[in-house]
Design a protein around this ligand. Sequence first.
Ligand code: 2PG
Ligand code: MG
Length: 441
Amino acid sequence: MTRATSIEHVHGRRVFDSRGRPTVEAEVRLQGGAVGRAIAPAGASKGSAEAVDRRDGGSVMGGHDVRGAVAAVGERIAPALRGLNGRDQVAVDEALIALDGTANRSGLGANAMIAVSMAVAWAAAEAAGQPLWRYLLGDRQGPVTLPLPEIQIFGGGAHAARRVDIQDFMIVCPGAETVAQALDWTAEVYRAAGELMAESGRLAGVADEGGWWPVFASNEEALETLVQAIERAGRRPGDEVAISLDVAASEFGRDGSYRLARDGRELGRDAMIELLEGWLARYPIVSIEDPLAEDDAEGFLRFTRRFGHAVQIIGDDFLVTDAARVRAAAQTGIANAVLIKPNQRGTLMETLECWKAAKAYGFGGIVSARSGETEDVTICHLAVGWQVPQLKVGSFSRSERMAKWNELLRLEEALGDRARFAGWAPYAASPPSPSASGRSA
Ligand code: 2PG
Ligand code: MG
């Protein structure tokens, strides 16, 4: 190593996220002067096996304060990383894991760890005189894939006071040819959805991730309105713009039983699968995340056997960005894609391991933001630098979301002729067709 990339100092800073809650920012300085900075995001609907944030508890800030985690950055992490090579992400992350000393990252806190891990990567890229995405790509030549955006139109579940059961009513634009075009189409669908809500007297602001607040009498009504919004925006539901759901079923399912509060029903595992089957038949849905609860491997297996050939089935709470869980799921035949959230693990090294495991088994991958976000755009660079074909950031409003979409536009522009839009990569799933919608005129 040249001395220039040796870690000189790590500073922790208390900043705020999009819910107005404190979070951890880390700033890493290398000896040659390069500086990297990153902020930890925070989830609301969390998998029980994900790495845990360190929160202070007590009554201040509703118990969400992070003074302990911020102090851990300066007092424990900084001395431990001093002198390590900032270019050696594995050595840095291994040092963080050893220092933490717990299985769930509660020692230092996954919020402290991921902020530092990402800040080290930014500093190393800066030292190399490159943007992070290019630094992560390494000496790769030729075309570079830009991820398909997965964008929320209506919020729900834990992000909207459980106004409807389903958490994310999202769209993807398989028919678009570039990120810029996909974002244009999304902007039109988002606007059309807002108009539909206003016209029917249901416009009531936005949920945690910027999607319209879900004033609906049922989950189906949200799906119907989403299809109407796609049509009103002048796009064909299905092949041009398709629906992607995050059911986030761990939030209302336990022991194979699902309580749909909005629909006033308690469903067993098979009935829950039948409900989703009905939606798959009636609406142009190409992707479903956490269709069953994290404790319902049997349900996940049955669902994947029935629909895994036709639909992308993503494990989020179920797989928690864990390479070992992805391998086990793939070997059992559960799910066919994994949501990739760096703070679910706590280090970039382990997050990349998860994506490598997913690729080895032919799983799709979606780099994802959390419901509590900031202006930090690291995930855009990870999606491009690691060549992950999809990116989920929440909706198309609020600057903590738009910061990411705008960054993706910059990356597409920077790549120029080398840019290739991922579109709907054919993982396990077949490409969406207009007939899949059952609604397209
Ligand atoms: C999810 C995410 C993002 P949270 O469940 O996929 O929508 O939510 O960050 O609250 O876990
Ligand atoms: Mg999820």
